[in-house]
Design a protein around this ligand. Sequence first.
Ligand code: IPE
Ligand code: IPE
Ligand code: MG
Length: 251
Amino acid sequence: MEAQKNSEKIPAHVAIIMDGNGRWAKLRRLPRVQGHLEGAESARIVADACIDEGVGFLTLYAFSTENWARPREEVEFLMAQITKYLAENREEMRERGIRFRAVGRTERLPHQVRKEIEVTENCTAQAGELHLQMALNYGARSEIVDACKKLCSEACEGRLGVQEIDEAAIGRRLYTAGIPDPDLLIRAGGEMRLSNFMLWQLSYSEIYVTDTLWPEFRAPHLRLALREYARRERRFGSVEGEGQQISRGEA
Ligand code: IPE
Ligand code: IPE
Ligand code: MG
């Protein structure tokens, strides 16, 4: 009974802002890129831990639309690292039942990264244990702009009536179409901000910020966050005990 109660409190979708790689490296007098390497290991471990804990969807913020402003060498390193990560891990992802998908303005990523994304998405397409979304060249505002453009062109072409535009219609045109909204947002590295991450989808997510820097964030840290989530009472604007998310369209 207790186990059943607990399993009901496991978030279906966890989204993570993987922050603090640079600070982790600086504390150890290492180059920032060393922090990114160790951070990639955290991503791999946390994805596995999500499977063990019964989380069905995981979104990892890996590169934002603002991150292009970093020094050229760091951006190049990150692009090469993402390419390598996908090439080296896709087989294991498939074996572990991880279905990979990239979200963001991926068409603007370097050719090599796009190619690895495509191969990895195809290679893991039949997996269903964990839906792993990696936010790459992702910005929530760009995502909303892109959704608006889709709605407008469909309306202009007469394929969509203005009265049909509701929350669900917008949701279906976001990069995350078909994926439930995150129940839990985790931010590593202690910053109290969203940094342009999933502004639409996080409307009613529980927020958990930890000072732990991402390269140190591993399975025990995930379990702590899940335990904290299980203690939260989600009210969705209602009153104690009655909290239930209204379905899109009833708003
Ligand atoms: C997050 O770590 C990784 C990316 C944004 C790609 P940072 O590189 O932002 O690390 P800090 O915040 O400088 O410590
Ligand atoms: C957010 O971290 C983006 C990713 C983790 C990919 P940043 O380090 O870029 O965010 P700010 O600059 O602290 O807002
Ligand atoms: Mg940062």
